[in-house]
Design a protein. Structure first.
Length: 339
């Protein structure tokens, strides 16, 4: 029976890899300018073909491919962070933004856009610094005099710090003179992949790869944590140390993703929960499956954002919220009493 489950898990992961490849190709093809499959393949493989226009090659290599890859990275980072958070808090409503990271990043991005022209460097840097400051404040407040971290205090501190940074963002928007910069801040807060470039992909790739690998390393400990703190301690897992490592890793992953794409909600809530229902609670399979599905989900959401009101582009956070909010309400309705 165990061998059968293992083979099923392997086949499932291979199926998700195929889904990822299909999603990448579809993400390159679909947009305001539809690109034929032949042009996509020739551009990606750098094959000479007289039937492939130079414009299509430029769109594929310089615009669509980095955008799709950034969506894959951001979606994977948020989904894996959500899986880790739900394992730490042992609650299906936990998400990467529970510590006020999104609000901190939004405040940092607003500062960068309004006072540093939102350049390619200052915007993600400002967003990352804002998220890091929010996370440090939450950790500091949740740390007791005995050196232990209270999970309940951590959540409450995250709510308070998030509200504080949201108020700061609103104040900055009030002080702005409106116009293009104000619209840039609002569009960024709602999330989007419109600023994707090869530089952003290169910066985010190692962070996401190392972060997901590190969380996967702790997958057995996360499984043990499902027994409760006392049960985990009895089988050799130190819950306090595990909390600290996972919270740091999820903070870095989430802050990096938000810094590159803005606040894209519900991926870290919906995807790991759905995958847990489909493949079970074993984090050794749940984490890689969440990474693949989270990346694919954001790619397809971004395709919808580009095409629903073409040639205008919706913030991708609107699309993810459209699917995620009803699912969140469904969780509250069906499992509210047990949460």
């Amino acid at each position: 029976m165990m061998v059968g489950h293992r083979r099923l898990g392997i086949w499932l992961l291979w199926g998700l890899v195929i889904l990822m490849v299909v999603s990448i190709v579809a993400g390159i093809m679909v947009g305001p300018v539809m690109i034929p499959m032949r042009s996509v393949v020739a551009s990606l493989l750098n094959v000479s073909d007289d039937n492939v226009s130079a414009i299509h090659r430029i769109i594929v290599r310089q615009i669509r491919l980095p955008r799709v890859l950034l969506g894959l990275l951001v979606g994977s980072a948020l989904a894996v962070s959500g899986a880790a958070m739900q394992g730490v808090f042992r609650n299906p409503l936990a998400s990467p933004y529970i510590l006020g990271l999104a609000s901190g990043a939004s405040a940092g991005a607003a500062v960068a856009i309004l006072f540093a022209s939102g350049s390619l460097f200052f915007l993600p840097f400002g967003a990352f610094v804002g998220a890091a400051v929010a996370a440090l404040a939450v950790f500091r407040m949740a740390r007791g005099s005995d050196g232990r971290t209270s999970i309940l205090t951590l959540i409450l501190a995250g709510v308070a710090i998030g509200a504080l940074f949201s108020a700061l963002t609103s104040f900055l928007l009030f002080l702005s003179s409106g116009g293009e910069r104000l619209s840039d801040v609002l569009f960024w807060i709602m999330g989007g992949l419109g600023r994707a470039s090869w530089t952003s992909v290169a910066l985010l790739s190692p962070v996401v790869a190392v972060g997901i690998a590190a969380i996967l390393y702790f997958s057995r400990d996360l499984n043990a944590l499902a027994l409760g703190e006392e049960g985990a301690h009895h089988i050799g897992v130190n819950p306090e140390t595990l909390y600290r490592w996972l919270l740091v890793l999820t903070t870095v992953l989430t802050a990096s993703a938000v810094a590159m794409a803005g606040t894209i909600g519900f991926i870290g809530l919906v995807i790991p929960h759905v995958m847990r229902l489909l493949i079970g609670p074993d984090h050794r399979r749940l984490i890689p499956a969440s990474a693949l599905v989270g990346g694919c989900f954001l790619i397809w959401s971004d395709m919808a954002a580009r095409t629903v009101l073409a040639p205008a582009e919706l913030p991708v956070g609107v699309i993810t919220a459209f699917f995620g909010a009803p699912f969140f309400l469904y969780l509250l309705k069906t499992r509210g009493a047990s949460l």
